[in-house]
Design a protein around this ligand. Structure first.
Ligand code: COA
Length: 160
């Protein structure tokens, strides 16, 4: 079995993340989306909400599941018996951060390989922060997020 994890904050899931996920699901027998509980970012959604917003979109992807995780990513990967970590690479600006993280993770556990997947060009400039900003200013985010995320964003922002 080829297993991988796709980690991130997912605050919230975007169509760019989902595009990467669909590509990973074709390459691996099993993909686990790993939603980070602790994040230095000030998350808009709780960990339960972030997990649920992913889960609700997995209907067409039978070999994908989603869980939350805390602690070191490589330890979580080891516990899951995953051979690889999937990360999306949108543009050159992602490279330095991703390069450092991949090499650090390799140092921590040489058995776990990081694999980079490029999302569709249409999502190369999507990010969760930009989507939240546009939504908070009343802009149209339909192109960037699944329908359940758009609704959840409107509800979360209305409560603020
Ligand atoms: N489409 C759209 N947006 C994407 C994307 C894609 N394909 N790929 C990344 N992004 C965006 C995200 O929306 C996010 O945007 P934001 O900063 O505006 O919120 C940004 O790129 C990065 O987010 P994400 O891919 O979710 O990763 P992350 O940087 O939030 O997650 C962890 C990092 C959780 C994987 C990392 O911190 C980690 O491993 N933590 C565990 C502790 C650990 O082991 N630390 C040592 C690591 S060396």
């Amino acid at each position: 079995m080829r297993l991988c994890i796709y980690p991130g904050t997912f605050d919230p899931l975007t169509n760019g993340h989902f595009d990467v996920l669909q590509r990973a699901a074709k390459l691996f027998d099993r993909v686990t989306v790993a939603v980070a509980i602790s994040t230095p970012k000030n998350a808009l959604f709780s960990i339960e909400q972030r997990v649920e917003l992913v889960r609700a979109n997995l209907g067409q992807l039978p070999n994908v599941d989603v869980v939350s995780f805390d602690g070191l990513l490589v330890e979580f990967a080891r516990k899951q018996q995953a051979q690889a970590i999937i990360r999306g690479l949108r543009a050159l600006s992602d490279f330095e951060f991703e390069f450092n993280m991949a090499l650090m993770n390799r140092h921590l556990d040489p058995q776990v390989e990081t694999i980079f997947v490029m999302p569709k060009e249409a999502y190369s400039y999507t990010s969760s922060s930009l989507v939240k900003q546009i939504a908070s200013l009343g802009g149209d985010i339909a192109h960037f997020v699944p329908a359940n995320v758009a609704v959840a964003l409107q509800q979360a922002l209305a409560k603020r």
